[in-house]
Design a protein. Structure first.
Ligand code: SAM
Length: 274
């Protein structure tokens, strides 16, 4: 349904965790502690719950999470791993973020978060999100938004073309209208700045080394598929690039750095929600 398999989400989870910007998390944790009281958190596009698994232990307060997701297979996989007891409660809400964003965020909420979602959304959808967050003065933590920067080693003559095609593919419709793709992080920062906020923006790049073969293979396969889909006339060249890159990965000399950004907005009131 969503095109995101639980296997892929599991493969990327440790790279996401290592990449997430410490500064935004530390600021959020300080805010949560200073504000006191339990935090009601809505995670948009939650997948199998990776954002919950990473963020919950970083926040020094009791938490009630709503994990919003539309894919029943991901919900089933995530439900099996939800915390059962303790200071963190969590439940899935099955909803379509395109049709139901406003309804989803009508529930009591202090922090809206999302991980690896915003590059899929359109400018219109992002505007809807910003409108709600500002109108209700909510905290917002949007992490791991792909920003289009990819650095691969060893260098290959087709790297630049392949990644440019990937970035074109990133802008196609992923269910939300024409996607912002690599522009999403900066578009969110601009929208918030333009409205008078001062969000914190930090890099959260993936860094995969020679030992990370399975992850690097999955990246290259995914990129080759996207590049060939957007430029079928270049499919043979992209396939030879793919085979060369896979050989370099197997030989143990490949690295991949993939650019992402994390953004944090804290409520202007800074206070405790009623
Ligand atoms: C790249 S995955 C990230 C999943 C998870 N946040 C993580 O970090 O592992 C994007 C997620 O957004 C979900 N998604 C995409 N479009 C959606 C929509 N219209 N409504 C609800 N969820 C959606 C997908 O099913 C998928 O779980």
């Amino acid at each position: 349904m969503s095109g995101f398999s639980a296997d892929w989400l599991a493969l990327r989870e440790p790279f996401d965790a290592a990449a997430r910007a410490a500064a935004t998390e530390a600021s959020l944790a300080l805010w949560a502690k200073g504000r006191g009281g339990p935090l009601r958190i809505v995670d948009l596009g939650a997948g199998t719950g990776a954002n919950l698994r990473h963020l919950a232990p970083c926040l020094p307060v009791a938490q009630a999470w709503t994990l919003v997701e539309h894919d029943p297979a991901l919900i089933a996989a995530g439900e099996a791993r939800l915390p059962a007891t303790g200071a963190v409660r969590a439940a899935y809400r099955r909803a379509d973020l395109v049709a139901e964003l406003e309804a989803v965020l009508e529930e009591p909420c202090d922090l809206v978060t999302c991980s690896a979602l915003l590059d899929l959304v359109s400018a219109d959808w992002l505007e809807r999100l910003v409108r709600i967050v500002r109108a209700r003065d909510l905290a917002l933590l949007a992490v791991l938004t792909y920003d289009g920067r990819v650095h691969l080693e060893p260098a290959h003559p087709l790297d630049e073309e392949a990644i440019a095609l990937v970035n074109r593919h990133q802008r196609t419709d992923k269910g939300f209208g024409p996607a912002l793709g690599p522009e999403a992080g900066i578009a969110l920062a601009r929208a918030l700045h333009g409205a008078g906020d001062a969000p914190l923006l930090a890099l959260s790049d993936w860094d995969a080394g020679p030992g990370d073969r399975a992850f690097q293979r999955a990246l290259v396969e995914g990129w080759a598929e996207a590049a060939s889909a957007i430029a079928p006339e270049r499919a043979p060249a992209i396939d030879s690039w793919r085979r060369d890159r896979l050989r370099a990965i197997e030989a143990g000399g490949a690295r991949a750095r993939v650019g992402h950004v994390d953004l944090l907005r804290l409520p202007r009131g800074q206070g405790r929600a009623p």
